[in-house]
Design a protein around this ligand. Structure first.
Ligand code: 2F8
Ligand code: CA
Length: 184
């Protein structure tokens, strides 16, 4: 019940904010709108009770979000609500099997960041140093000193590889679990 009320409240705020955008306040409000939309995405994932549709790929199960883009922290929350975690592929075989299902030109959050220590990329799920990192040439570069979250991206029809990007960017994302509960 509380979740439903929260969801309705967020929807009301989002509609209200959209209606109140003026040319003077666009940048400030769009940031707030982004936060509200992210919060709505997290609440919606809670509402759906969420195990989602994990696909069996190799020895694990993955969920590839292709409908909504959210920031890295919201992606983390959504994957947790679905009973999994933001994905951290462990080897090339696992990465290859995911890559086949990604849409070129899109960016997908992974559960890897150097938020705790600059330059030390850890898997969010374990807190341990990420052992498998496949960077785009020249990455990670902490561009602008504000890139701490890892995404998969493919540019100009090149293969999907990793890049450090600003955690507040809205992107698609990939969740992972060892044992899904797909019956909701
Ligand atoms: O040139 C590589 C550089 O390209 C972009 O910044 C201009 C990326 N930023 C985003 O995708 C937001 C950087 O992460 C990337 O290193
Ligand atoms: Ca980068």
């Amino acid at each position: 019940m509380f979740k439903l009320v929260s969801l309705l409240l967020c929807m009301w705020i989002a509609v209200h904010l959209q209606g109140s955008l003026t040319s003077d306040s666009v940048s400030g409000n769009s940031g707030r709108l982004d936060r509200v939309e992210n919060q709505m995405a997290v609440l919606q994932s809670q509402q759906s009770g969420g195990s989602g549709n994990f696909l069996n790929i190799g020895s694990k199960y993955f969920y590839i979000e292709e409908n909504q883009k959210v920031n890295w922290h919201s992606a983390l929350n959504i994957c947790t609500n679905m009973g999994g975690h933001l994905a951290d592929p462990e080897n090339q075989q696992e990465l290859n099997s995911i890559l086949q299902r990604l849409i070129r030109g899109r960016h997908y959050w992974l559960g890897i960041s150097d938020l705790a220590n600059e330059g030390l990329f850890r898997a969010q799920n374990t807190g341990r140093r990420a052992t498998f990192l496949k960077w785009v040439y020249g990455e990670p570069n902490n561009y602008g000193n504000y890139e701490h979250c890892v995404e998969l991206k493919s540019q100009q029809n090149r293969p999907f590889l990793m890049n450090d990007a600003p955690c507040w960017l809205n992107s698609y994302f990939i969740c992972e679990t060892g044992a899904p509960n797909n019956d909701e």
